[in-house]
Design a protein around this ligand. Structure first.
Ligand code: AHM
Ligand code: MG
Length: 335
């Protein structure tokens, strides 16, 4: 890896892409970088520090929280709050959004939506997890208290989005609407270095990522698509390879590097699938499109969906354009 450009330098250098930017977005991205370093360090020593396992509480979605879910949530909230660049934050782990209205936040223009620890079922078994973030400009007047409307914006209004992947390396990947770039953390130096400039889905992909244990619940179109990817066809490299970790960040990252599709469809017991529009699908959809891919709910572009509530779920299909379009064709014809 070429250790020439740090994430900090890159953020400052690219600040000029924003005609209205006065450095707040750069400062906000730097706060996310800092919180990511703290969470990364905690995850790495989790087994030793005895912070693995369940916390004995449920989050707003009725899911059991892991100790690290709570830790990551607290680290991101306190880091972002203490630096004053945002006026509010919504988290997958909290029922309501937080409004920051101390003096230091009064001119803040941005709100952040976050899934602090994605893939938390993988924490205790040493499999990759991640953090997903999404940034919008507030709609309400600066100086007033943030409102629900500031958070319920369609994904195409995102100013920036990205994720941290805590894997064999820790990598921060983000976009501000000008391509997708990835930065690998060097723990010896304590800095992220540009390692994946201008990330793009390869032209063709041959990986599909889906929880096939739910097959029986899927709509007919998805069942047919899965059977189609498993058929032999030398022209397009089928059967495709199945890879599914249970961490969206890990499955997405691999598919963007190698070419593939990620699916979390609706099912008979979960009419909107599992993934959350605001914390997971919108940021991943923004990255997907910026990397030349496609993200939809099977019929509609994710980034155009008008959110109705903070924790709403949506079926999610994202990855190489051609692969997502094929899945959509099956859904259109078979439902
Ligand atoms: P989480 O944010 O509570 O960890 O849930 C989201 C995760 C995704 O990372 C992953 O792709 C999916 O849930 C896995 O769900 P399942 O175990 O149903 O396959
Ligand atoms: Mg998640």
């Amino acid at each position: 890896m070429d250790r020439h450009i740090t994430l900090g330098e890159f953020i400052i250098e690219n600040q000029k892409d924003f005609p209205y930017a006065k450095g707040e977005l750069s400062a906000l991205l730097s706060s996310i970088r800092l919180a990511g370093k703290v969470v990364n360090q905690q995850i790495n020593k989790a087994g030793l520090a005895e912070i693995l396992g369940k916390a004995g509480k449920e989050n707003v979605q009725g899911e059991t929280q892991a100790k690290l879910d709570i830790m990551a949530n607290e680290v991101f909230i306190s880091t972002l709050k203490n630096r004053g660049e945002i006026c509010g934050l919504a988290s997958e782990e909290l029922e309501d959004f937080l409004a920051f209205d101390e003096d230091m936040h009064k001119d803040a223009k941005y709100v952040v939506l976050i899934d602090p620890l994605d893939g938390s079922s993988n924490i205790d078994v040493d499999i990759t997890v991640g953090t997903i973030f999404s940034i919008y400009r507030r709609k309400s007047e600066p100086g007033t208290k943030v409102t629900m409307e500031d958070f319920l914006q369609p994904g195409d209004k995102q100013i920036a989005a990205g994720y941290l992947i805590y894997g064999t390396s820790t990598i921060l990947v983000y976009t501000t609407g000008n391509g997708v770039n990835g930065f690998t953390f060097d723990p010896g130096i304590g800095s992220f270095f540009l390692s994946h400039p201008q990330m793009k889905f390869p032209e063709k992909g041959n990986i599909y990522s889906v929880n096939e244990g739910n097959y029986v619940h899927f709509p007919a179109g998805v069942k047919k698509y899965i059977k189609w990817v498993q058929q032999i066809d030398e022209n397009d490299g089928r059967p495709f390879t199945s890879r599914y970790t249970g961490s969206l960040v890990a499955d997405f990252h691999r598919n963007m590097l190698l070419g593939g599709i990620y699916l979390y469809p609706q099912g008979t017991t979960s009419p909107n699938g599992k993934l959350r529009l605001l914390y997971e699908c919108n940021p991943m959809a923004f990255l997907t499109e910026q990397a030349g891919g496609k993200a939809s709910d099977g019929f509609r572009r994710i980034l155009e969906l008008q959110p109705e509530e903070l924790h709403e779920r949506v079926p999610f299909f994202c990855g190489n354009k051609e692969m997502v379009e094929k899945a959509e064709d099956f859904l259109k014809t078979s439902g």
